[in-house]
Write a protein that binds this ligand. Structure first.
Ligand SMILES: [Zn+2]
Length: 289
């Protein structure tokens, strides 16, 4: 069990409360700092920037040593994601795109607990930047990886050193290669063989060049995030010779065709991806007839 520091009676807070049943999403954040806790965040930021709000940013904060600071009850609206606070429960891991194994263990335990209390599922666990209209690097980790760990029931490990570079080998490299191929990069000689050699390095560099990242051939958090973002948008749009329909077109078409009932799959992003696939299939059939 994670060590819990209950700060709920000590922290500054507003009077207003919400129904727990109005909470629909659990949001993962990072602090974008390499250290800190509720009180340092309060003193340095929240007390100065949100005097009218009188409440901190997160319901729970997981410190580098795995200690969990429980700051607010779910019935409190906190200040974690502008425009989305009324229906969200915020858990922040202290770190800047890198987290310790004990933090991941505490996250795993706390998010399971929150899902149970709030009657939500793994697909309701989102990263800050997955919220509509949000541009941020937060939570500094690929959320597919985070959700996969939740589905598997085992906490993530090694997210502190989730950097892949030349000479590395194994399933993580293979996944990276598969993603690069799907994103339109060239791995025509060795394919997804699980060995990070010069071909993979060149593919990472090409991807970084295309997306305005630092071109070092090392797949670190920024590159991984961008890769996930590109794949969530239906893959590469630069090398593809057939024009990619925009999600909007796909969404509109699939709805007009009555192919999506708006309920399943539950995540809007997944529904968009599905719409894109259906739209492409529709265009292909049209082209053949
Ligand atoms: Zn955030």
């Amino acid at each position: 069990m994670a060590h819990v520091e209950d700060l709920r009676s000590q922290v500054p807070k507003r009077e207003e409360r919400r129904e727990e049943s109005s909470i629909r999403k659990i949001i993962r954040h990072h602090s974008a700092t390499t250290s800190g806790d509720f009180w340092s965040f309060w003193n340095q930021t929240w007390s100065q920037f949100t005097p009218e709000w009188q409440t901190g940013g997160y319901h729970e904060i997981i410190l580098r040593d795995g200690t969990v600071q429980v700051c607010y009850a779910p019935s409190m609206v906190t200040n974690g994601a502008a425009g989305h606070n009324s229906y969200t429960y915020h858990i922040c891991l202290v770190g800047d795109g890198s987290f310790t194994d004990v933090q991941e263990k505490s996250w795993h335990e706390r998010v399971q607990r929150a899902m149970k209390t709030l009657q939500l599922s793994v697909s309701d666990v989102l990263g800050h930047r997955e919220l509509p209209g949000t541009v941020t690097l937060c939570p500094g980790i690929g959320m597919s990886e985070v959700r996969a760990a939740l589905w598997s029931g085992e906490p993530l490990t090694g997210s502190e050193s989730s950097i892949l570079k030349i000479g590395d080998a194994g399933p993580q490299v293979q996944q990276l290669q598969t993603d690069l191929i799907q994103a339109g990069e060239n791995l025509s000689i060795y394919g997804a063989d699980g060995q990070f050699g010069t071909e993979t390095e060149a593919a990472v560099q090409a991807f970084q060049r295309k997306h305005g990242l630092k071109i070092d051939g090392i797949a670190g958090p920024r590159t991984m995030e961008k890769l996930e973002e590109v794949l969530s948008q239906g893959g590469d749009t630069v090398n593809d010779h057939t024009p990619n329909p925009s999600h909007q077109d796909a969404w509109k078409w699939a709805q007009e065709e009555g192919l999506l009932n708006g309920k399943y799959p539950r995540e809007p992003v997944t529904r968009e991806q599905l719409a894109t696939v259906l739209y492409r299939w529709h265009q292909m059939i049209k082209g053949e007839s």
